[in-house]
Design a binder for this molecule. Structure first.
Ligand code: NCD
Length: 317
C-alpha cells in the first residue's frame, strides 16, 4: 500500500501488521462483551456513515448497518439501483456527492477487484478526508469478513496462533479466501487451500491440496466457500473449460470433506450457503458449525473497524 494513503482506510488485510489486527480484534472482543451486558458506549454519535453497495449483500450490509447504529452513528444508505449511476455518473462523482452531503466514511462493495483502493486514492488525491472501508471488491479482498472469521476462531479455539485452517472450495475466485489467508498467517496460523484444479492453484499464498483427505488432515477449522458462479470466466484465466459440474464437486469435495472433519474442529462458511452444494444440511445443523456465530461476529468487528476509520488515535495503527 503506498504510504500516501491514509491509515484510516481499510482496503485489505494484506499489508496490515499483526499489531493492527490485534487492535481491531481486541476492540471487537470488548464490544461483544458490552453488547452482551447492554452497555455499548455510543462513540460515533453525530457521525455520518454511508453504505455504497454496488453488488448484492445480506450479511455484510446488515452487520455494517447494525454496527453503525449500535455506536450511535447516522446512516446514509445509498441505493445504487435508483441512483444517478444509472445515468452515467462515475463512482468518484457519486462518492464526492455523498461526502459533500456529509458522509465521513464510505463503506464500499464493488464487483471489480481494485475499485475500492482506486477510489480511496482518487479521494485522497482530491483532498478529501473521508475514510473508505472495503466491504468486498471483486476477487481481491474482503477484509472485514477475514477479521470476523479470525475473531470467530479466537472465540471458539482461544487463539489463531499455531492453528491450521483448511479453506475448501472455489479459492481462486474468492476474496474471502484471499483475506482470510493473510489474516490467519499474520496471526501465526497456517492455511491449506483445498479443491479441484478448477478452483485451487499454486501461487495463491498457501500450500495447495487437490486431495481433500490430505488437505484437511489435522485441521482445527474447515472453511467452505460458495462456488462463485457469477465469477466463472472473469479473471484467473478461467472459463467453462476449467469449470467443474456442481454434482461432481459435491461428490468429490463437500461429501468427502464433511465426512472427514476432525472431532474438535469447527466448520465455517462466510455465507450465503447453497444448501446441499458446499455444505449438507446435517453439517449445517452440527454443533461444530459456526456459520451463525460468524454472522454475529460481524457486528463487533465492524464496530471496531468503524471506530478505527472515524476516531483519531484509537486503533489507527
Ligand atoms: C461473501 C462475499 O460476498 O464475498 N459473502 C459475504 O460477504 N459474507 C462470499 C460469497 O459471496 O460467496
Amino acid at each position: 500500500m503506498p504510504t500516501a494513503l491514509h491509515h484510516r482506510h481499510l482496503l485489505g488485510i494484506a499489508g496490515l501488521t499483526r499489531a493492527s489486527l490485534r487492535d481491531i480484534l481486541d476492540r471487537a472482543h470488548a464490544h461483544a462483551d458490552d453488547i452482551a451486558s447492554g452497555s455499548v458506549e455510543p462513540t460515533l454519535t453525530g457521525r455520518f456513515i454511508s453504505t455504497l453497495f454496488l453488488e448484492d449483500s445480506t450479511r455484510t450490509r446488515i452487520s455494517f448497518e447494525t454496527a453503525a447504529t449500535r455506536l450511535g452513528a447516522s446512516l446514509i444508505r445509498f441505493d445504487a439501483r435508483t441512483s444517478s449511476l444509472s445515468k452515467g455518473e462515475t463512482l468518484l462523482d457519486t462518492a464526492q456527492t455523498l461526502i459533500a452531503g456529509g458522509a465521513e466514511c464510505l463503506i464500499l462493495r464493488h464487483a471489480s477487484s481494485g475499485a475500492v483502493a482506486h477510489l480511496a486514492h482518487a479521494l485522497d488525491a482530491s483532498g478529501h478526508r473521508a475514510a473508505i472501508v472495503n466491504a468486498g471488491d471483486g476477487m481481491h479482498e474482503h477484509p472485514t469478513q477475514a477479521l470476523l472469521d479470525v475473531y470467530t476462531l479466537e472465540r471458539r479455539l482461544g487463539s489463531v496462533e499455531g492453528r491450521l485452517v483448511a479453506i475448501v472450495g472455489d479459492v481462486l475466485r474468492s476474496r474471502v479466501a484471499r483475506s482470510l489467508t493473510h489474516a490467519v498467517q499474520t496471526l501465526g496460523g497456517r492455511v491449506h487451500h483445498v479443491g479441484p484444479r478448477a478452483f485451487v492453484r499454486e501461487g495463491t499464498g498457501a500450500p495447495v491440496f487437490h486431495d481433500p483427505l490430505e488437505g484437511t488432515r489435522g485441521a482445527d477449522a474447515v472453511c467452505f466457500l460458495r462456488i462463485q458462479h457469477e465469477r466463472v470466466g472473469s479473471g484467473g484465466g478461467s472459463g467453462r473449460s476449467t469449470y467443474l459440474p456442481v454434482s461432481a464437486y459435491r461428490r468429490l469435495y463437500s461429501d468427502a470433506v464433511e465426512g472427514l472433519i476432525p472431532e474438535g474442529a469447527i466448520v465455517m462458511h462466510p455465507g450465503p450457503v447453497n444448501r446441499g452444494v458446499e455444505l449438507g444440511i446435517e453439517t449445517l445443523n452440527d454443533p461444530r458449525c459456526v456459520v451463525l456465530d460468524q454472522v454475529s461476529a460481524g457486528v463487533p468487528i465492524r464496530m471496531a473497524v468503524l471506530e478505527r476509520a472515524l476516531l483519531e488515535g484509537r486503533g489507527n495503527a
